[in-house]
Design a protein around this ligand. Structure first.
Ligand code: IMP
Length: 198
């Protein structure tokens, strides 16, 4: 991979997401989080789709700072719940966003349900010179009966990806990235950036 001459700004306040993305990119691209770039902003996620929310975040930062950047929005889509919580994953149990309450509600709604199939879906929105492009990553798996593991964030303790017997919260960052929705989307982003640079 070639070095980017300018660091790419990742429009996120989530340090876990920044850690995962930096782990994937290694030395290939330098990525700065909003905090690294000294930008303090809480961007709303008011839309009905991951695509629109991801675009909102990257376009907000681009418009404000006039620098190329990318953002991402992720949702947990549970088959037996018709794709919920989906775009509402962060606030599934209401405002303010509370991970424990979200997990409790999810496990409650899946009680006595045999079908525990779910997927994480990430949409990355890249804005360069005002032009937007999106990249998607999906990780299929299932929801456990109870939370297991201490690592990661969000719904990690209740999600086991296909091909593993461990929840994301039992994995370290490298292991999670072997399966992860975010890794798949980031790789598509990197392929695109490499093509543009060549
Ligand atoms: P957002 O993309 O920050 O809006 O995240 C939506 C919700 O999904 C939040 O509750 C996050 O904690 C959760 N979430 C996002 N990515 C992951 C992940 O990789 N693992 C587990 N939960 C996640």
């Amino acid at each position: 991979m070639s070095e980017q001459s300018h660091p790419l700004l990742f429009a996120t306040n989530n340090s876990n997401k920044a850690l995962e993305v930096n782990h994937i990119l290694g030395n290939a691209f330098k990525v700065l989080s909003l905090k690294d770039a000294g930008i303090e902003i809480d961007i709303a996620e008011p839309h009905a789709t991951l695509e629109a929310n991801a675009r909102e975040k990257s376009m907000t930062i681009y418009t404000l700072k006039n620098i190329d950047c990318f953002s991402e929005d992720t949702g947990l889509e549970v088959e037996a719940l018709g794709g919920a919580p989906g775009v509402k994953s962060a606030r599934f149990a209401g405002e303010p966003s509370n991970t424990e309450a979200n997990i409790k509600k999810l496990l409650g709604e899946l009680q006595n349900k045999e079908n525990r199939k779910a997927q994480f879906r990430t949409v990355i929105s890249l804005v360069q010179k005002g032009v937007e492009k999106q990249f998607e990553g999906v990780c299929k798996g299932h929801i456990t009966l109870q939370p297991i593991g201490e690592n990661g964030f969000g719904y990690d303790p209740v999600f086991i990806p296909e091909g593993s017997t461990k929840t994301f919260a039992e994995m370290n960052t490298a292991e999670k990235n072997e399966y992860s929705h975010r890794r798949k989307a980031v790789e598509k982003l990197v392929d695109y950036l490499k093509k543009m640079a060549s």
